[in-house]
Design a protein. Structure first.
Length: 225
């Protein structure tokens, strides 16, 4: 979190609202993931412009990203799946291995947003490390099926609202007191590009560019100029 704050502070206007949310236990998780996504976008070489948090007349994304080299602009939304006992969350049913990941609601909420520019959604699935590759692959199949279900049934009469969806997971907060081999706490992401988005996608593969930066930002430099 500290390096994400540093990255954003030196590349964009970090709103007072985000800092305030980080100090409120019920809002900490959402603000933390928003910081993660913002830092990833910046690490990918984009500039960002935060939306006006005081504008309650319409729903808006977390921020707008711009590629300085091409001028391409796109909207970004970030959602993090709440799970009881994690990041201070108190309500809800405890997740157990073998159950559904349960990201339908977060995905639907993000897909209701209307934009006039390409739109990318990031969702933190907030899971512990998979117990096996078989379990990990089952998660990926569920994520793919969930998106396909939304595409096939939720938006039959119109093109898909988003240009790409990136599911991410950083399980390190599940091991705050225990030493765990780095392999078990490895970050992962799963990107899905949509074939028929409502707004044509940029020529460049924005999803891959940002998803790769998701890993790059986790490598904090030893010295900061």
């Amino acid at each position: 979190m500290s390096y994400d704050l540093f990255t954003i502070r030196n590349n964009a206007t970090l709103t007072k609202t985000i800092l305030k949310r980080l100090r409120i236990i019920d809002q900490f998780q959402g603000a933390l993931y928003e910081l993660c996504v913002t830092a990833s976008i910046i690490a990918a070489g984009f500039t960002i412009e935060f939306e006006n948090e005081k504008d309650n007349t319409t729903d808006h994304p977390e921020f707008i990203a711009t590629d300085p080299a091409t001028g391409v602009r796109f909207a970004v939304e970030a959602k993090s799946r709440h799970r009881p006992g994690i990041h201070g969350q108190r309500n809800g049913k405890q997740w157990v291995p073998g159950e559904s990941i349960g990201i339908v609601r977060a995905l639907h909420d993000a897909l209701t947003l209307k934009t006039k520019i390409p739109y990318y959604i990031f969702i933190d699935v907030n899971l512990p490390p998979p117990s096996s590759d078989t379990e990990y692959q089952s998660w990926l199949r569920e994520l793919q099926a969930t998106v396909e279900d939304c595409d096939n049934h939720g938006f039959k009469t119109e093109r898909f609202p988003a240009n790409g969806i990136v599911f991410t997971n950083d399980p390190t907060h599940y091991f705050l007191k225990d030493f765990v081999h780095p392999v078990r706490t490895a970050l992962w992401y799963y990107k899905i590009g949509l074939a028929t988005p409502a707004i044509p996608s940029p020529h460049e593969d924005i999803v891959s560019r940002v998803a790769n930066a998701f890993f790059q930002r986790s490598n904090v430099p030893e010295t900061i100029p």
